[in-house]
Structure formats: structure tokens, C-alpha cells
Design a protein around this ligand. Sequence first.
Ligand SMILES: *Cc1c(COP(=O)(O)O)cnc(C)c1O
Length: 352
Amino acid sequence: MSSWKDYIRKVVPYTPGEQPKTDGIIKLNTNENPYPPSPLVGLKMKEMSDSGLRKYPDATSEKLIRRLADYHNVGYDQVFAGVGSDDVLGMIFMTFFNSDKKVLFPDISYSFYPVWAELLNIPYEQIPLDSDYRINEKDYNIPNGGIVIANPNAPTGILLEKDKIINIIENNQDSIVVIDEAYIDFAPEGSSCLDLIDKYENVIVVRTFSKSRSLAGLRVGYAISRPENIKYINDVKYSYNSYTLNTCSIEVGSVSIDDEAYFRNTVNKIVSTREAYTERLKELGFNVLPSSTNFVFASHKSVKAIEIFNYLKSKNIFVRYFNVPKIDNFLRITIGTDEEMEKLCNALTEIL
Ligand SMILES: *Cc1c(COP(=O)(O)O)cnc(C)c1O
């Protein structure tokens, strides 16, 4: 008996972190920025309410892409923008991962990668992190149909040194290597792989406005690569949905790039809070992996992660717990304001 029900694409979707509907919650579970976006963003939003929502947006997002190209000192034809980096990564998977060989990414990494691979019927292999939760670049010297590395990695927070990424790229000249730099603004200067796109034609760097620019709700992400690669992604995008970014995202995203001083200031605040509270968590008996991001990944020496997670939740403090082998005794804690982190530590002392 054959029926349309036999031909449904059944997938196990990505599970986003919980977005509580109630007030009064200290929300450290989805790596949002605790500070508001640049004041320029608010001004632009007010100005926007009078203007062109009647019309379709600019399908090319030209204004935003020009700002990004100038900001990163690359050509206008080297930037692709999408509805958050999730959209950008999805388009990249669709565009470049059509080989019979497996696409490689770490077993512990952004949990959306295997979901896109499943959705698009892309063969893939998850390469285990080593016992220190680090990527071993030599593990990627095997035949493959593409490589995706989140750097710094999530949810570990650990940065892979640039020379090791260069090794991966040089040893895989027949594959596209995607570097997902969602958290790179929180890493030390010089960690980004953006400059590698001049030297290697198989590299794509992906960035987002969601974390360091405090604009997770706006949904803007982008990719930078060689013009040929950007054209291939655009061809796929225009074959699927031409109006991805809305007018508000284009306008507001553009002005957010202008406020460099504000951006640097909030990023620096988060980095110093991260360093201070990493020490506090260690004093409370946590093993904290070295983070180059706006979150820390920590496990406690005697109390189980799930117990801490549930206790914190009962105190209206949300952190992230992944019930996944190898990391099921860790908590991923987004860096909030100093005040929020202080409340977290106070709650922790009650159960540790
Ligand atoms: C948050 C995150 C993304 C997605 O961010 P968007 O909000 O879709 O831009 C992509 N990759 C990693 C590793 C992330 O942590």
C-alpha cells in the first residue's frame, strides 16, 4: 500500500534554547548579549515606522552588503547576507555539499550542522573532539566532501589556533572549508580566519549579528569568501527565496555597523565579566573550559549538571544543558551582566 505518507521527509529538527514568556528571568541559556544594541539602532527603528514597509525589500540587500564589505575591507561581491547565520549556513550546505563523500564536522559542535545534513541528504561524519574537548586538526586529513568548523567552537567555547585551521585548509584543497565565526569577536585579536580568503579559494567565513552585536532578534548573518563562491550561494538563494532579509534588517543592520565604539565597549565588558566569573566558578568547584566566547562551558566536580540546571531553573536562572553523551555533565552558561553573574553565583553557593 503506497501513499503520500510514505514520501514525507521526516526529520528531527534542531531544538533552540528555551525562550521563557515570563518576566524576571535571568536568561543565560542562548548566548544572547546582555547589553542593548547601539543607540543608533533604536533611532533607526523609530525612523523606519514611517517608511517603506509597503514595498518589497531590496532583494540584494545592497546597503547592508556595502557596509559589511567596507567594514571588512573586502569587495562588494565577496559578501552574502542572510536571515541570521543559520540561513547563511543552510544556503552554504545546499550550495557546496553535493559530493558523495562525507562532510566533516566535530561530534561536539553547533547542533544544527547534522540537522541540515540530514534535511538535505548530505552524507556526514562527526569527528570526535579529543579528551580535552579540543579539535585535533589531523583528524580532518581524510577524504571528505567539505568541512565545517565553528571557531571558537560551541558549546565548548574553545578557540582553535589559526595555524591549525590553516593546516586543515591546506590539507583539504579539494573541499570547501567553512569557518563559523559566530563568537570570534569575543576571541583575542588576530584569531579570525577572514584574511585567509585572499590566499585560499576554498574558504568561507560565516559571521552573525546575533551575539556580539546584540541583535539576535533582527536575524542578520553573513558569509565572506571569493566572489565566485558568493555568486554560487546567491544563485541558490535566488532559486529558493529571493526576499530573505526584510527592510528593517537591512536598514537597522547597516547602522549597527557604524557604531564601532559602542560595539567594542560592550564586547570588552563581556570579556572582562567572563574572565572574572570564570575564576569565581573555579572557586566554586567547577572545571571551566577556556572560553573565547560570550559563554562558559563548565562541569562541577561533585554535583551533577542536571541537578544544578534544575535548581537554577527553580530560581528563575536559565542556563543550557545538553543531554548528549560526552557533555551531559556540563552546563553552558551565557555571560550576562556582572549583576546577573553575581546572582548566578549566589544561587550556586546555595546548592554546592
Ligand atoms: C548562534 C550560532 C549560530 C546562529 O546564529 P544566528 O542567530 O542564526 O545568526 C551559528 N553558529 C553558531 C556556532 C552559533 O552559536
